[in-house]
Design a protein around this ligand. Structure first.
Ligand code: DGI
Ligand code: FE
Ligand code: FE
Length: 192
């Protein structure tokens, strides 16, 4: 699928604000891919499509998660805010004919992260957080880190997200902790 086609597809499925967010994630992901040696086309496409299932009703999201044996069903034991990510990947595969596993995985894990994130996983996870339309406390620090160190920026995003969830007395999906542990161990090994 070409990027223009993806843009038209999400324009029809998302409200204006979410559409603009998706275009922002696509552009930011493309820039991060250029900077860190990723596949720019895949990054733009995954960024454009990442929130495609954001406005599907919860019962439909849950039905897809139950139907697809390759989606961990523990997603259903955690916040419904997580569900659009894996279901977006299923939609991209089944309805849009996207077969590239890297793109589908980056979409699946764009909200939670996962242990041993790939370069494309990290790019989409980070672009979702720092695209120009985002405005929340701490985002500029993460943007700054993203200019020089991808792993450090993803680490900071995970740390802030986990802290935010804890402060609000919310549960944290286990893979988010796995992603956090994996990255901080890696960072500590490199820097001592
Ligand atoms: O879809 P977006 O709003 O662009 O961004 P997202 O997919 O990253 O965010 C969805 C929400 O999910 C966000 O407010 C944080 C929340 N969330 C709830 N539980 C968890 C979680 N995020 C992570 N990483 N891990 C959780 O366990
Ligand atoms: Fe999302
Ligand atoms: Fe998003």
């Amino acid at each position: 699928m070409k990027i223009d086609e993806a843009e038209e597809t999400i324009r029809a499925l998302l409200p204006e604000k979410r559409f603009r967010h998706s275009v922002g994630v696509s552009e930011t992901a493309g820039r991060l891919a250029e900077k860190y040696g990723g596949d720019v086309k895949k990054a733009r496409l995954a960024g454009m499509l990442h929130d495609i299932a954001k406005y599907f009703p919860d019962d439909q999201l849950a039905a897809v998660i139950r139907r697809r044996r390759d989606i961990p069903d523990n997603f259903l034991e955690f916040s419904d805010k997580l569900w659009h990510a894996p279901v977006g990947a299923v939609y991209a595969e089944e309805k849009l004919g996207i077969t590239d596993r890297e793109i589908l995985d980056a979409m699946t894990f764009h909200t939670t992260g996962r242990k041993k994130m790939t370069l494309l996983d990290k790019i989409i996870f980070l672009a979702d957080y720092i695209e120009p339309g985002r405005d929340f406390p701490g985002v500029d620090e993460v943007r700054k880190a993203a200019e020089s160190d991808l792993d450090e920026a993803v680490y900071q995003e995970l740390q802030r997200t986990i802290m935010h969830l804890l402060e609000k007395r919310k549960s944290v999906y286990p893979e988010t902790f796995e992603a956090y542990n994996n990255l901080i161990n890696q960072i500590n090994e490199v820097t001592g």
